[in-house]
Design a protein around this ligand. Structure first.
Ligand code: DGL
Length: 287
């Protein structure tokens, strides 16, 4: 049996994709990962598609040439919506998995047939999302909310100096956006399901649960994406079968921005030591 020890590349505009990395690590314990957080350019959700597309190309080139990745997970709904079609066309030989808001899985779970969707402005306004929504709209009622500022506040919540103010902002934004979506609950006419269409939002699930109560199902995409990555690697015979006798595979987390923020997030959410994190070379940081 062949064994491919090259790492899998994972990237996001910032720390949101760590929620996907968490699921990947669990699903593929033999694999090495290199995660790139483009913190210096976050949030993507309020930038234009050309900018996001340029960043995704630069990051993919960097991960391929400097880290020799064998597959790529675009752990960002916004970057997937803006650029995955171009990435797939350009890197034909690179297995790639993107993310999209989990509208279809939500359909399978909702009893009231009323579903809320929270995502970035970039995702909500994209053609890809419009097509996805059109494909399910006859089966349930979807309320969609673009959540400006929320991913940024979640980024800031990892920086010690900004954490307290960011938490206040997160509570305020969650209240505003869930109210704008409408009534949640399991009674007829209420939304019983909420799709978290941005990888950052997984890290405020607890706050959302407090606001919406226990009857509302919160849906994210980390686990299905991890399973899809597993299937893709298996089909391409790219899995690493070498075991490490229970020791964790090395994990490298890179940032174009504040190293402390990434370290704090990695520690808090993935239980990883600070020395897994490093800054990327200046060439990738530049505009
Ligand atoms: N985490 C990203 C997503 O899933 C984008 C957040 C942002 O940078 O705006 O959409």
């Amino acid at each position: 049996m062949t064994s491919d020890q090259r790492p899998i590349g994972v990237f996001d505009s910032g720390i949101g994709g760590l929620s996907v990395l968490q699921a990947l690590k669990k699903e593929l314990p033999n694999e090495r990962f290199v995660y790139l957080a483009d913190n210096a350019h976050a949030p993507y959700g309020e930038k234009n598609e050309t900018f996001i597309s340029e960043r995704t190309h630069a990051i993919t080139d960097y991960l391929l040439t400097q880290h020799h990745i064998k597959a790529l997970v675009v752990a960002c709904n916004t970057a997937t919506a803006a650029a995955i079609h171009e990435l797939r066309a350009r890197y034909l030989a690179l297995p790639m998995v993107g993310l999209e808001p989990a509208l279809k899985p939500a359909l399978a779970l909702s009893h009231t047939r009323r579903i809320g969707v929270m995502a970035t402005r970039g995702t909500v306004n994209s053609e890809k999302f419009a097509r996805l929504l059109a494909s399910v709209q006859t089966e349930a009622h979807f309320e969609v909310q673009a959540c400006n500022g929320l991913a940024l506040a979640i980024e800031q919540s990892t920086l010690p100096a900004q954490a307290a103010a960011a938490q206040v902002q997160i509570s305020h934004l969650l209240q505003t956006y869930t109210q704008a979506l409408g009534r949640f609950g399991k009674a007829p006419g209420q939304m019983d399901t909420l799709v978290l269409g941005c990888t950052h939002y997984v890290f405020v699930e607890k706050d959302l649960r407090q606001l919406l109560g226990p009857d509302v199902q919160l849906i994210s995409t980390g686990e299905p994406v991890a399973r899809q990555t597993h299937r893709l690697l298996a089909a391409a015979e790219l899995l690493n079968h070498e075991t490490t006798d229970g020791a964790a595979q090395p994990m490298r987390l890179l940032t174009t921005g504040d190293l402390q923020g990434l370290q704090a997030a990695a520690q808090r959410w993935l239980d990883l030591p600070a020395n897994c994190c490093e800054a990327v070379p200046a060439s990738l940081q530049a505009e």
